[in-house]
Write a protein that binds this ligand. Structure first.
Ligand SMILES: Cc1cc2nc3c(=O)[nH]c(=O)nc-3n(C[C@H](O)[C@H](O)[C@H](O)COP(=O)(O)O)c2cc1C
Length: 247
């Protein structure tokens, strides 16, 4: 009797443990299905966003026959996190992205005309101190330096109008602009220059551009004060309208 009871109990335990095993396998299978399902869902989402990304890339590269190429200090320095317009008169934000005075004006032109944007950037970053950058700019100008560029236009043929923007550095263009103008032959294209400065305006840079790009047509430029660059949208639009770039 005692033996029978033990056998029954053992048999019951065996059945119970098999049932338990069966349940945990079901759960594993179930969780595998869920995992696969969510993997597929993630893959689908990734594929969709990749497609969206490609569409964005396509329109960014091929959307316009106009390009805004610009140099601005803040996109050419390794600035510490958290630095903002209060740290330097040359640091601005546009659509949450850090840029400088000239960069902000470049964005205004791009938004008003649909022109693509190209940030001219050097391989060697400028100092994170603005004062040290002022000194380095002077040294580069005295040495007639040609800082190596890190960014390059892949599809110059697509553009027939180049808005060309830069800050005035020591009564001249930053030497990176000379590197840029050395690199590209803009013959047959229209160059529309713009500058931001503490008050010097273009200085002699328009005739410099004309002589370096003698095959291009250089149109009337726009000179803006650094202190008013962020509020320059009306001036920018009037200038663009006068040149026929606004509908
Ligand atoms: C190296 C250097 C030299 C400068 N030299 C002049 C100058 O000669 N005349 C002037 O009006 N502003 C000068 N500035 C001021 C800048 O032109 C002005 O702040 C400009 O808006 C900066 O543009 P960004 O923020 O796009 O770099 C100089 C700034 C730097 C960094």
């Amino acid at each position: 009797m005692k033996k029978r009871t033990i056998s029954i109990l053992l048999a019951a335990m065996l059945v119970l443990s098999m049932t338990a095993c069966g349940n945990s396998k079901d759960q594993e299978e179930q969780s595998n299905v869920t995992a696969q399902g969510s993997e597929e869902e993630t893959q689908e989402t990734t594929d969709t966003s990749a497609e969206e990304g490609n569409q964005n890339a396509a329109s960014a590269q091929g959307g316009s026959n106009m390009l805004v190429a610009y140099f601005t200090y803040a996109e050419n320095a390794d600035l510490p996190d958290g630095v903002d317009a209060s740290s330097s008169a040359s640091i601005q934000t546009w659509n949450d992205e850090m840029t400088g005075n000239t960069g902000a004006v470049a964005h205004m032109i791009s938004e008003a005309t649909g022109a693509d944007l190209f940030s001219i950037q050097t391989v060697e970053k400028y100092p994170d101190s603005y004062d040290a950058t002022v000194d380095q700019g002077q040294e580069e100008e005295s040495a007639d330096a040609r800082p190596e560029l890190a960014t390059h236009i892949e599809n110059l043929d697509s553009y027939d109008t180049i808005f060309l923007g830069f800050p005035n550095w020591w009564g001249d263009m930053p030497m990176a602009m000379y590197s840029f103008l050395d690199e590209y032959d803009l013959s047959g294209k229209t160059i529309v220059p713009f500058v931001t400065s503490g008050g010097s305006g273009f200085s002699g840079s328009i005739s410099e551009i004309e002589s370096m790009e003698s095959g291009a047509t250089v149109q009337e430029g726009l000179a803006l004060r650094d202190s008013g660059a962020m509020d320059a949208q009306n001036d920018v639009n009037e200038w663009l309208e006068g040149l026929g770039y606004l509908q």
